[in-house]
Unconditional design. Structure first.
Length: 589
């Protein structure tokens, strides 16, 4: 039985100038038709701006078709009196949790939806208890959502929809800000709801490994469904996927490479269904007698670390910070953190959701001040009364997890000029810096007069970065810069950051949950857990220390080389760039 029936859907909207006149008609969805049966698990993928979220909002009746029709459980979304019933049927979890969190404490927010559906009080609180337990947020039930990390807020938003007991749940990039363990947890919850309770799941994502168990995948491009089919059918169409800005799961990329090199036959490749299959197969095929070679050796470089010049760079000395100190909701953000960040490094900060990564970032430029310990910039304590916090923030720029939080001007040019204008330099010099920064982040000069609020998420991030670069910082701090971005856009952004690091000697400190990106671009990893730094070192050394766990996933290529090394294959496990890994695999020929 069809739960959702979409026929020839078209959605257009008007863009208006400052005087309210229509200056452009934008087609977001163009002639989309699809059918979702009750109990299906459907995945929707595609590059940023392809129409995925717009399609989802039509199913939830947040948007109404310009042409065509959307029918949800027999109800036409164009009928105004049916919108509440439609939303009772199809709940939605947004990409940005702040868009749907309304309560002052977590349990009230989760109860908000069921209350508005008229559930009995006892039923509401039973549902709240179950939803918080399923999302791992029970211990935060009395916390204020404002005190939570971005990933924790996302779990609260998901719990709010779970508590409503809808027939269908739409997850719009709901795992974008989560660590691997939390991502898996939420995906497992969705699968359980689908299999055990028959709830229809519509899963929108850029993480291709999340769609492997879907019943059907729809790939969107420029408002259309470019191709659809089962996951295996979709991932065979590599050229179409590339054209749509979609990258197959990493193990499929390795399988395709190995087939191309003659290391795997078609029959062998067909037996490999996941990452563990690939590792086991190659170890069995190429492994030799295990001679006790172990790749998980960690070379500690105490001599190098102790010879650092602590009078330069950013130094954290025994820094601690606690949220809501003295209250029942007290939560440790940082605990006795000692770090030295030097000029010219490219650092990745990793760890579980809520481990203190964002709190650490906000200490680096003085947005948060240590409750214990000290932060030094080039040997100067940033809390000294004669230290200029304004100058610090010109040299240590911060790009937030959600770039729209730091965009406020009417045009891109004004936005990027704002920082330099406040640095007591001439207007001409400020504009020169702005134009140079806009060019550096890969945006065309045609967008100078465009509103930053009309841009895609990826473009907003670039504008936010440009607004910081225009102040010519020495350090660029980015909190989850690629979260919610499609793989192609993410790697373009990371390439740009690497260029800034290598050509302009700008230190990059980047929070990330994507270990493939970390392995490809970073030189050093700071691994956080419960507000402490539990590991800090070069990328190859940290990955060689066997940190693979539920919070941090060692990239597949490195795990593969480590496993081959352990069964006696002569490969270099110190490499961490994908091209180097491909080269090591070629040695198996």
């Amino acid at each position: 039985m069809s739960l959702i029936d979409i026929k020839n859907l078209v959605f257009e909207y008007f863009r208006r100038d400052d005087e309210g006149n229509v200056d452009e008609i934008v087609s977001a969805i163009s002639d989309v038709s699809l059918e979702v049966s009750e109990g299906d698990f459907i995945a929707i993928v595609g590059e940023n701006g392809s129409g995925k979220s717009t399609l989802a909002k039509h199913i939830n009746a947040l948007l109404t078709p310009s042409q065509g029709e959307v029918v949800v459980d027999g109800m036409d979304t164009k009928e105004e009196e049916l919108k509440l019933s439609i939303r009772k049927t199809a709940g939605m979890v947004f990409q940005n949790p702040d868009n749907q969190i309304v309560g002052t404490i977590v349990e009230e927010d989760v109860a908000f939806g069921p209350e508005n559906l008229g559930m009995k009080t006892s039923k509401i609180w039973n549902n709240v208890d179950d939803a918080l337990q399923m999302t791992g947020m029970s211990k935060h039930r009395n916390d204020s959502p404002s005190s939570l990390s971005g990933g924790q807020k996302q779990k609260v938003a998901i719990a709010g929809v779970l508590a409503m007991e809808t027939k269908c749940i739409i997850f719009d990039e709901a795992t974008a800000m989560l660590d691997p363990r939390s991502r898996k947890q939420i995906l497992d919850i969705a699968k359980e709801l689908n299999k055990e309770k028959g709830i229809t799941i519509i899963w929108i994502t850029h993480h291709m490994d999340e769609v492997l168990t879907a019943d059907k995948v729809y790939v969107m491009k420029k408002g259309n469904v470019a191709v659809s089919g089962t996951p295996s059918e979709i991932f065979e169409k590599s050229e179409i996927l590339k054209d749509c800005g979609v990258v197959p799961p990493k193990y499929i990329q390795y399988v395709n490479f190995l087939k191309g090199q003659g290391l795997l036959t078609e029959d062998e490749a067909s037996t490999i269904k996941d990452e563990d299959n690939l590792i086991l197969f190659l170890c069995n095929k190429f492994g030799k007698e295990n001679k006790g070679n172990k790749s998980n050796t960690y070379i500690k470089k105490d001599a190098e670390e102790n010879n650092d010049d602590l009078s330069h760079g950013i130094l954290l000395n025994d820094v601690s910070y606690t949220y809501n100190q003295g209250y029942a909701s007290e939560c440790v953000g940082l605990a006795n953190v000692n770090l030295h960040i030097k000029k010219g490094e490219f650092i990745a900060v990793v760890g579980a959701t809520g481990s203190g990564k964002s709190t650490l970032m906000q200490h680096l430029n003085g947005l948060l001040i240590p409750q214990k310990g000290n932060v030094f910039y080039n040997g100067n304590d940033i809390t000294d009364k004669d230290f200029s916090t304004k100058e610090l923030r010109q040299k240590v720029g911060l790009v937030f997890q959600y770039p729209e939080y730091q965009l406020f001007e009417e045009t891109v040019e004004k936005e990027v000029c704002f920082g330099p204008f406040n640095m007591n330099i001439s207007q001409i010099e400020a504009q020169k810096r702005a134009y140079k920064a806009i060019e550096a982040v890969g945006l065309p000069d045609t967008i100078y007069d465009a509103s930053p609020f009309r841009m895609s998420g990826g473009q907003k991030r670039r504008v936010a970065i440009a607004s910081v670069l225009a102040m010519e910082p020495e350090y660029l701090i980015l909190d989850e810069p690629t979260a919610g971005m499609d793989p192609v856009s993410a790697y373009k952004l990371l390439d740009m950051l690497k260029t800034l690091n290598e050509l302009h000697n700008i230190t990059i400190v980047m929070v990330s949950h994507n270990m493939e990106e970390v392995a490809e671009y970073a030189d050093r990893i700071i691994y956080m857990d419960n507000g402490t730094v539990c590991m800090d070192g070069p990328v190859s050394d940290v990955f060689a220390k066997n940190i693979d766990n539920d919070n941090v996933e060692v990239p597949l290529g490195i795990r593969l080389l480590n496993a081959l090394k352990d069964v006696g294959v002569d490969v270099d496990v110190s490499c961490h760039v994908q091209l180097d890994i491909f080269g090591e695999l070629c040695k198996l020929i």
